[in-house]
Design a protein around this ligand. Structure first.
Ligand code: ZN
Length: 129
């Protein structure tokens, strides 16, 4: 704050009241922006948490409205439900991506989840045959 004072005074012989006014004006603007950034951070964190993701504060804090748009447009994290029904639910949507990198992808006979050939046991407890 002292630095700001000296900076303003170096511009010329400003009346002290004006310098004090300008400093307090600048201070409130800075605090206002900081407060807004924190508010935006809380908004993006709330959106992120609503999508099942952790964190997200930095998006709004640093990018403001842009961060909110980014967080709002990101897809929700897939729910990590453990399916023990034993039926044949459709494979996870990323099965094709997995097959693209691993031709030996296997599907769990218990729940139908796709697995890389390096995985030997499914989340549902069924072992690879
Ligand atoms: Zn399984």
């Amino acid at each position: 704050m002292q630095l700001l004072f000296e900076l303003l005074q170096s511009f010329g012989e400003l009346p002290e009241e004006l310098v004090i006014y300008l400093v307090s004006l600048l201070t409130s603007i800075i605090i206002g922006f900081a407060g807004e950034a924190v508010g935006m951070g809380f908004i993006t964190r709330a959106i992120n948490n609503g999508k099942g993701r952790g964190g997200g504060f930095a998006w709004g804090f640093w990018l403001g409205l842009i961060g909110i748009i980014v967080v709002a447009c990101r897809p929700a994290k897939k729910a990590n439900t453990t399916d023990r029904s034993g039926d044949n639910p459709p494979p996870r949507p990323d099965a094709l991506e997995m097959m693209a990198v691993d031709s030996q992808v296997w599907f769990c006979p218990g729940c139908g989840r796709p697995h890389y050939s390096t995985e030997s046991v499914c989340q549902c407890g069924v072992y690879k045959k």
